[in-house]
Design a protein around this ligand. Sequence first.
Ligand SMILES: [Zn+2]
Ligand SMILES: [Zn+2]
Length: 136
Amino acid sequence: MTKGSCLCGAVKFEVGDNTTEIGMCHCSKCRRVSGTASNATLMVGVDGFRWIAGENTLAKYAMDDGWGVWRCSVCGSPVPRMHPAGQAYWVPAGLLEDDPGVGVAGHIFVGSRAPWDNITDSCAQYEEGVDGKKLR
Ligand SMILES: [Zn+2]
Ligand SMILES: [Zn+2]
């Protein structure tokens, strides 16, 4: 198990070893949620996720299309969020305290990245999602 927590420590959780690799999303929504060039998230099935603290104090925001973000209501860190299908959690990789044992799989929505966003690693890049056009 790998533990994770928000900036202030009010939200704590742990994930099992059955996570996906880390995806970096450069879309305009993820840039606003993260405040930087992209977010870094992995997914884990509901069986591999457990809240330790703070689950009842989350600030939940959803857009009209259902896309949204959950945050710690004390410090504002983005925190794990249930996938709309209810089978898995998106987990912000930056909250993990230990090595999750997976690396970055690739970058998505590279076609809408910020003009100053210079991706320098050699991971796969997709114009939009992984089912769409692969840029490299
Ligand atoms: Zn917090
Ligand atoms: Zn995104």
